[in-house]
Design a protein around this ligand. Structure first.
Ligand SMILES: Nc1ncnc2c1ncn2[C@@H]1O[C@H](COP(=O)(O)OP(=O)(O)OP(=O)(O)O)[C@@H](O)[C@H]1O
Ligand SMILES: [Mg+2]
Length: 501
């Protein structure tokens, strides 16, 4: 159904794809795996006509694409959900879904009965629904991800490509998406997806292709693979996924962050907690439990209705202004690197320097040697690839952008660091590097507030875990593996898995 033959692609001197061939049959669920920067996104963008290869052939159902344009690929029946969100923020859900769709003219979508009916049908069929009149910018990241899927499905693709589709979904929605993919494939659609979740690949895909440094390493039935065999193919060596033992903060370590009775709309309901110097406090809960909203309240990115925050021993304040939080030593690495945090057109070194207000004047000029050296140091610690301070951030792979973002905020020497899903979309090796960076930051005295939907990550890193449900703190436990059950039960509520989101 989808045929990629001998694809070559280079950006300047960097060879991104080196003679890659991939064949996906009708009705197959085909996973593409590889480390950050292996060339996965580039490969699937070529299949969807978004990137032109230097050499090679793309064919759908035996017919070569007429041109390497999105339109030609779309006419051949290929639809893609890219790694970055592409919906137009100021437009409604309906407008986004029908953008460029020939059946309904732009501008009249909102009034078109036909469009509404078709949209309702697709929502019904796929088991995900969104309010058609909502503005895309107002949706959560998870819902914007769903929006992109709906936009593809409305066109009934023969080949559906998804680049890390579950990286911003909670476990329940990720599961529903996997069920949907299975249903589509049963109906004959070819599904090609990229994921860093090995269990997801093993569970969902029929076939798995592994890339390393732009080369094809293997392509075969998933049933012949295990988690270990896949990691081995991806990184070319065996990797330990174990967490290092935790360094406990000293008993007398003072409190660096204290939140008192924070309220924000109906999303955050009277939350109090504290973080001590050198302590990693994890926030567990389902997506939508209010953890990100609470974090945004702490830095003043959302303005709490009630409650106070004390930063580094300062007076209790009602946060109003993220910049003031930063100068007090409280920084947050947001969940969505695409919307906040990185200047995509600037170099790695410039982005790393940007967090320090006093150096921002250098933007656009040659960076001082000192900053370039500092950048090299972060590049090494975070294993950012390519390892060049001059590399443009927008041209890095998704996972490497994530590493730059975290480094940028660590580089400004915070007293308290809030990280929201810091390892979403990074590969197994990079994940270990990020864990190490967080543990080191804590060991050097930073108080860390870690939001993660991955329980393993919380248990592996946090000294203490606070569990959120529906905007409230419902439990607090030691960060011990033995607490897993208790955390799950608290997060889901007594009703049990899935029933109480
Ligand atoms: N427009 C571009 N200009 C220059 N280099 C690019 C561009 N797009 C991608 N690259 C480079 O191509 C390589 C492969 O990138 P790609 O995005 O395909 O990786 P990936 O396998 O999807 O990684 P990730 O898991 O991090 O998303 C990277 O080294 C990246 O820096
Ligand atoms: Mg990618």
């Amino acid at each position: 159904m989808l045929e990629l033959q001998n694809i070559e692609k280079a950006y300047g001197p960097a060879r991104v794809l080196d003679g890659v061939t991939l064949l996906a049959r009708p009705g197959q669920i085909h996973a593409v795996l590889g480390e950050n920067g292996a060339g996965k996104s580039t490969l699937v963008k070529i299949a969807a006509g978004l990137v032109r290869p230097d050499a090679g052939l793309v064919a759908v159902n035996g017919d070569p694409l007429k041109a390497f344009t999105p339109r030609a690929a779309r006419e051949a029946g290929v639809e893609i959900v890219t790694q970055e969100l592409t919906s137009v923020p100021a437009r409604t859900v309906l407008e986004n879904v029908f953008l460029g769709h020939r059946v309904v003219a732009v501008g009249s979508v909102q009034r078109s009965k036909h469009a509404r009916q078709r949209f309702a049908e697709v929502c019904e069929e796929c088991g995900f629904s969104l309010p058609g009149d909502a503005i895309a910018a107002d949706l959560s990241i998870a819902d914007r991800q769903i929006l992109e899927v709906l936009r593809c499905l409305i066109r009934r693709p023969k080949v559906l490509i998804l680049d890390e589709p579950t990286s911003s979904l909670d476990e329940e929605r990720a599961h529903r998406l996997r069920v949907l993919l299975r249903r589509l494939s049963d109906a004959g659609t070819t599904v090609l997806f990229i994921s860093h979740f090995l269990n997801e690949v093993l569970e969902t895909a029929d076939w798995v292709t592994v890339l390393r440094d732009g080369r094809l390493i293997s392509s075969g039935p998933t049933e012949e693979e295990t988690e270990a065999s896949l990691i081995n193919k991806m990184v070319g060596r065996t990797l330990s996924v174990l967490y290092a033992p935790k360094t406990l903060p000293p008993a007398e370590a003072e409190t660096v962050l204290e939140a008192n009775d924070i309220w924000w709309g109906s999303a955050v309901r009277g939350v109090s907690l504290h973080v001590r110097r050198g302590e990693i406090v994890g926030l567990a809960g389902l997506i939508g439990a209010g953890r990100s909203e609470f974090a945004r309240c702490l830095v003043g990115a959302a303005k709490p209705d009630r409650g106070t925050v004390r930063i580094a021993g300062g007076p209790p304040i009602r946060p109003r202004n993220p910049r003031r939080a930063i100068s007090a030593g409280l920084v947050m690495v947001p969940e969505d690197r695409k919307q906040q945090g990185l200047v995509l057109g600037r170099s790695v070194a410039e982005n790393l320097a940007l967090s320090k207000p006093q150096t921002s004047g250098h933007l656009g000029f040659a960076l001082p040697r000192r900053l370039e050296d500092a950048a090299r140091d972060w590049i090494r610690r975070a294993d950012i690839r390519p390892a060049s301070p001059a590399a443009v951030v927008g041209e890095l792979s998704g996972g490497n952008q994530q590493k730059v973002l975290l480094s940028k905020w660590l580089a400004c020497g915070p007293k308290i660091l809030i990280v929201d899903e810091p390892t979403r979309g990074v590969d197994v090796g990079a994940k270990a590097a990020i864990h190490e960076m967080l543990a080191q930051a804590a060991a050097s005295g930073v108080g860390v507030l870690l939001i993660s939907s991955e329980l393993e990550e919380l248990l592996g890193l946090a000294h203490r875990i606070v569990v959120f449900r529906k905007g409230e703190v419902v439990d607090e436990v030691e960060g011990e593996a033995s607490e897993r059950e208790r955390i799950m039960t608290a997060a889901f509520g007594a009703a049990g898995m899935g029933a109480d989101e």
